[in-house]
Ligand binder design. Structure first.
Ligand code: FDA
Length: 295
């Protein structure tokens, strides 16, 4: 698992992640920095995490890297008390606003989908324009959620979804998840046109409205073709991928002139994150086994 961690995680420390981001930036690729951790169990830990995320924003600022941050709401107290989570997220968004940066709220399992959307919308109503959200195409509810978020001009990262969900809430078949992904991509790209299609900011921190987070070439090609069909400029959408996965594709899209952002996790709490990467691709189990026997 340690070896797998080094494939998908930048390192234990913030400086490890900054080093990785500098290399990505040199290739014209931006980043979203993620302090690993979820389901924090005490209010003190949730507050401490919020302060660490504020420190990340300050570090991005003084190192000048082209990056924003991603946050999980259960990391800053959602499972303990929504008010604590809102308090912590407000502190993070206030700092991000002062520094001209952006915060993406990751989406976790379906028990917290509604609360996550409600809190992000509440933050927007409070005047924080620098917050975006993630929607998962495997959930049946996502068409309605995307329509609400597009109406509100809220930046959405679309992914397939990484948690084990029951068939009462999520499509059990991969084909249906993929079909939904393309349908939701079209809704997001149309929505961007309807909001004057803002481009990624020149410092690489504020993303365009739609962010398509996938390594699936078919989904990426669908998005490229659809954007061409509706004349959405390349810089008005962003492709996102995970650190350590399909670097060739990241480079290729950047060379084609699309904004590309890589999600760069760091920290010591890598176990649940890596378990999700393992579940996505059985071949990763072979990666561990072969490394185990090589040592
Ligand atoms: P799919 O699983 O069909 O994979 C397509 C191809 O990508 C594979 O054939 C393989 O080549 C490559 N690939 C995919 N996963 C791999 C892996 N683990 N190891 C090696 N190769 C792999 N989920 C969530 O629930 N909430 C969230 O907030 C986020 N956030 C997020 C941000 C970003 C930037 C990305 C890219 C993804 C997420 N995800 C996520 C994870 C997402 O939901 C999904 O689980 C993974 O991206 C894998 O799905 P793909 O879209 O890549 O397709």
């Amino acid at each position: 698992m340690r070896r797998l961690a080094t494939r998908f995680v930048a390192g234990d420390k913030l400086e490890d992640a900054i080093r990785v981001i500098k290399t990505l930036n040199q290739k014209g690729i931006c980043a979203s920095l993620d302090l690993l951790g979820e389901n924090t169990t005490t209010p003190d830990e949730a507050r401490k995490t919020a302060h660490e995320i504020i420190n990340i924003l300050e570090t991005i600022n003084h190192t000048g890297v082209r990056a924003n941050v991603s946050v999980k709401l259960t990391q800053i107290g959602l499972a303990l008390a929504p008010t604590l989570c809102v308090e912590n997220l407000s502190l993070i968004l206030e700092k991000a606003r002062q520094l001209g940066n952006f915060v993406r709220v990751d989406m976790e399992d379906s028990n917290v989908t509604q609360a996550t959307i409600d809190i992000v919308c509440q933050m927007r109503e409070k005047g924080y324009q620098n917050v975006g959200i993630v929607i998962q195409s495997y959930l049946y509810r996502s068409d309605k959620d995307i329509s609400r978020l597009v109406d509100g001009g809220i930046s959405v990262r679309l992914c397939k979804g990484a948690y084990k969900e029951p068939s009462s809430v999520a499509y059990p078949k991969k084909h249906d998840v993929d079909v939904a992904y393309d349908r939701l991509t079209a809704a997001l790209l149309d929505g961007a046109l309807g909001h004057n299609a803002p481009s990624v900011s020149s410092d690489g921190r504020i993303p365009p409205l739609p962010a398509l987070a996938t390594h699936d070439v078919r989904r990426i090609n669908y998005a490229k073709n659809y954007a061409g069909k509706i004349n959405l400029p390349k810089t008005s959408l962003e492709f996102q991928m995970l650190y350590g996965i399909r670097r060739d594709l990241q480079d290729q899209l950047a060379a084609e002139g699309f904004p590309v952002r890589v999600y760069v996790p760091y920290g010591t709490q890598w176990y649940p994150y890596n378990m999700r990467r393992l579940a996505e691709r059985p071949a990763n189990v072979w990666f561990i086994v072969s490394n185990f026997f090589r040592n």
